[in-house]
Design a protein around this ligand. Structure first.
Ligand code: GTP
Length: 597
């Protein structure tokens, strides 16, 4: 295809502002999918999977559009991952296209997530077309939102296109704007092949499917090609474009986006951002900006029922087929038995994976406190990365500890600003910036990641009644006074509850934990001390008094079935209990104990 008949773009939007609905409309209006096959949210892979019983991650679609100028254009839409933890993946998708539609809900205005992604688009030198969605809503204020886009993002919004993705109004104008306002891709057809790996996923029939954007040269079915980062060589067995179903194609040239397969067994072998070239006479200059996936938040996942360990292992392996960005390593805990220490790109990523394990694989899991990666500088000059607080070396050997910091951007209606500032301050935050756009404040904070991984989102939502939006990026490491705090129940350390805390917050946190556990652990026939300690020093203590009566005593001489029922209920309850020395702790206690309030 001629370069000047191609337009490549992505859609930038905050959650719920209408990205999927708009994509559906574009596909529908251009007849890319026959009307009878058109299902709402065409680009939502999960839906398609359910519908057809196969795995296609239709995160990209090729649309043929006959424009008003009489020419037919190929429009490639690349879908970008929706949340903050995938900032790197988003940055690569952005490098694969030349422009973006910036979709803003005209009744809501610009939100934090919009900002993060639009800055990525600006970084990638995109031409950006602002689109004001949901103008059918009575609450829509297109003029105010235009101003806000100009004030907050700093791009010209005078030509913003008002649309209703729901009714279809304004969609023809969006298609014309894509052709007329976005630049055509550039590239040299006669140069050696240079393509960027944008995404990959596992398909049970085809193996790993790799999505690429060709920069220079041509890729053809049957070629032998090399991944420059890994050095691995594969044959191109299948070459196709997504419409969004796969349609075979003989070759892909500069500016084009498509997929290929080549008997690749694991998603792990395909790295987002890698450069693909031909095995012979290939390029020797990889595309800039490649970064290996680096987990930043770790936690332990243990089955509640030890018999489920093999099921958990299988489930993790299956999920990893499609998500190479989460890591897992077997872990044994004195308290929790066999499980896995897993690494994630961020807290949301962790929650998504845990939810899927529980829901799709029907597993009951204990999740230990999420921990960031600390850099432990030893007295002997060496440095080690700490993924699990339980592994913290003896303090006498430690010189200092560094922790990751983030820059958080929060947008919030003015009336909640005070509560937001207090929350950030309580979490050791340093205010960087505070600006206003209309009645909304935008505040930027430098925060320790470890203060955000516990329950920052939940707290933010509750203090702002859900009106705040939040986004963050990791900025680097900084030294601070960080120590490992242990929890002892009946003098036995519970490794799953060990955590790294700032020394100044240790007492308060320890007291909180002990008080909580006192409420959460059922009484036993004996007295149980609950303590928080740093090294050998106890910093907080509670005592759970002994229970006086047998549970069944009140059924004394009475109804036998009732007694039986009570015992059965106790037995069922036991399944969710964990034995610590002589003490039984219900698994809900772990989850609850790790929430702060
Ligand atoms: P995520 O998939 O969660 O990221 O959201 P999204 O940005 O893709 O938004 P989606 O397209 O799912 O739309 C969110 C909600 O807004 C849905 O309930 C849509 O039906 C609704 N919606 C989308 N466009 C319009 C519009 O033009 N007008 C109105 N009234 N509602 C719309």
């Amino acid at each position: 295809t001629e370069l000047d008949r191609i337009r490549n773009f992505s859609i930038v939007a905050h959650i719920d502002h209408g990205k999927s609905t708009l994509a559906d409309r574009l596909i529908q209006l251009t007849g890319t999918v026959a009307e009878r096959d058109m299902k709402a949210q065409m680009l939502d892979a999960m839906d398609i999977e359910r519908e057809r019983g196969i795995t296609i991650k239709a995160n990209s679609v090729r649309i043929e559009y006959p424009a008003k100028d009489g020419h037919t254009y190929i429009l490639n839409l690349i879908d970008t991952p929706g949340h903050v933890d995938f900032a790197y993946e988003v940055s690569r998708s952005m490098r694969a296209v030349e422009g973006s539609l910036l979709v803003v809900d005209a009744s809501q205005g610009v939100e934090a997530q919009t900002l993060a992604n639009v800055y990525q688009a600006i970084d990638a030198n995109h031409e950006i077309v602002p689109v004001l969605n949901k103008i059918d809503l009575p609450a829509a204020e297109p003029e105010r939102v235009k101003e806000q886009i100009e004030d907050v993002i700093g791009i010209d919004a005078s030509d913003a296109i008002p649309i209703s993705a729901k009714s279809g109004m304004g969609i023809p104008e969006v298609l014309e704007a894509i052709v007329n306002r976005l630049p055509a891709p550039k590239g040299d057809r006669n140069a050696p092949l240079k393509a960027m790996l944008v995404d990959s996923w596992y398909d049970p029939y085809l193996g790993v499917v790799v999505m690429i954007r060709v920069m220079d040269g041509v890729i053809r079915k049957g070629d032998r090609i090399k991944m420059m980062q890994t050095g691995a060589v594969y044959g191109v067995d299948k070459l196709a474009v997504l419409k969004p179903q796969m349609v075979d194609i003989a070759e892909l040239g500069p500016g084009e986006i498509g997929i290929w397969t080549g008997s690749i067994k694991q998603v792990r072998d395909t790295r987002v951002g890698d450069t693909i070239t031909t095995e012979k006479k290939g390029t020797d200059k990889p595309l800039p900006g490649f970064k290996p996936a680096q987990p930043v938040v770790f936690c332990g996942l243990f089955p509640v029922d030890a018999n489920d360990f093999e099921d958990l292992r299988d489930a993790i392996e299956k999920l990893q087929l499609n998500d190479a960005s989460f890591s897992s390593e077997m872990e044994t805990s004195a308290a929790l038995g066999f499980g896995f220490r897993c690494g994630f790109l961020g807290l949301l990523h962790l929650e998504v994976v845990r939810d899927r394990l529980e829901r799709e694989y029907d597993l009951d899991l204990i999740t230990t406190a999420p921990s960031v990666v600390y850099k432990i500088h030893m007295r002997d000059g060496t440095m080690q990365e700490l993924h699990n607080p339980a592994d913290m070396p003896d303090l006498t050997h430690v010189d200092h500890v560094e922790e990751p910091r983030i820059k958080a951007t929060i947008m919030v209606p003015d009336e909640y600003l005070g509560d937001v500032l207090k929350l950030c301050q309580d979490r050791r935050g340093i205010q960087l910036n505070l600006t206003y756009a209309g009645a909304r404040a935008m505040v930027e904070y430098d925060l320790p990641l470890n203060e955000v991984v516990f329950d920052f989102y939940d707290r933010l939502k509750s203090v702002t009644k859900g009106y705040a939006s939040f986004d963050y990026a990791i900025t680097g490491y900084r030294e601070d006074n960080l120590v490992k705090m242990q929890i002892l129940v009946n003098d036995e350390p519970v490794d799953a509850l060990s955590m790294m805390v700032h020394r100044d917050r240790a007492e308060a946190r320890g007291r909180q934990m002990c008080e909580k556990l006192k409420e959460l652990i059922p009484r036993h026939m004996f007295k149980i001390p609950i303590q928080a300690a740093i090294g050998g020093r106890v910093i907080a203590r509670e005592t759970l008094s002994a229970m006086r009566k047998d549970v069944t005593a009140k059924c004394y001489g009475g109804d036998v079935t009732r007694k039986k029922k009570l015992l059965e209920k106790q037995k069922a309850g036991k399944k969710k209990m964990r034995q610590f020395g002589k003490v039984e702790i219900p698994q809900t206690a772990f989850i609850a104990a790790l929430k702060m309030d």
